[in-house]
Write a protein that binds this ligand. Structure first.
Ligand code: GDP
Ligand code: MG
Length: 179
């Protein structure tokens, strides 16, 4: 273990929010990342407010407090308290459902309205295991991300593809923004 704490080393706590339409897989991305769990029949309202993951960057302890909605996105009623203090965000759509990709712009607007600081943002095309019913191409995701200045990754909370990577890229980018 690092002795940096004893020497007064820095510690970091970053709030990260996950946003996107209902049923795109937000809660499962978080449970896959934080607990390596996936639920085929997850209920929109189940879930805690946030999960904390600890990472080591440059020998410093970085805590990511990752927030999940409690299903209020179904009513377009994500509150400003949810966004308050966020320095990172995953904007998630479902690659098998185009309407969720079409909503990304609205989520970005809402995020920008509520943030007063630099936010590290990752566009996430989830459910990439559903290649046979793909409705949004990789290229479309890439170009939207480029146009909006976001990182981009396709993930699968089901088979774990890129889940850890997506969160860690955001956490590292936040760290770069503040250090
Ligand atoms: P949320 O409303 O955005 O939090 O979405 P959930 O995490 O509750 O997931 C909605 C549904 O999609 C559930 O039935 C999940 O099992 C399913 N799901 C989530 N992620 C994936 C994925 O990567 N692949 C597939 N095939 N299904 C997924
Ligand atoms: Mg959910």
């Amino acid at each position: 273990m690092s002795s940096s704490d004893d020497e007064g080393g820095e510690e970091y706590l970053f709030k990260i929010v996950i946003i996107g339409d209902s049923a795109v897989g937000k809660s499962n991305l978080l449970s896959r990342y934080a607990r390596n769990e996936f639920n085929l029949h997850s209920k929109a309202t189940i879930g805690v407010e946030f999960q904390t993951q600890v990472m080591d960057i440059d020998g410093k302890e970085v805590k990511a407090q990752i927030w999940d909605t409690a299903g209020q996105e179904r009513f377009r009623a994500v509150t400003s308290a949810y966004y308050r203090g966020a320095v990172g965000a995953l904007i998630v759509y479902d690659i098998s459902r185009r309407s969720t990709f079409d909503s990304v712009g609205r989520w970005l607007d809402e995020l920008k309205t509520h943030s007063d600081t630099t936010v590290a943002m990752m566009l996430v095309g989830n459910k990439c295991d559903l290649e046979n019913i793909r409705d949004v191409t990789v290229e479309e995701g890439t170009s939207l991300a480029e146009a909006e200045g976001l990182f981009f990754m396709e993930t699968s909370a089901l088979d774990s593809t890129n889940v850890k990577r997506a969160f860690e890229i955001v956490i590292r980018e936040i760290y770069n923004n503040v250090s």
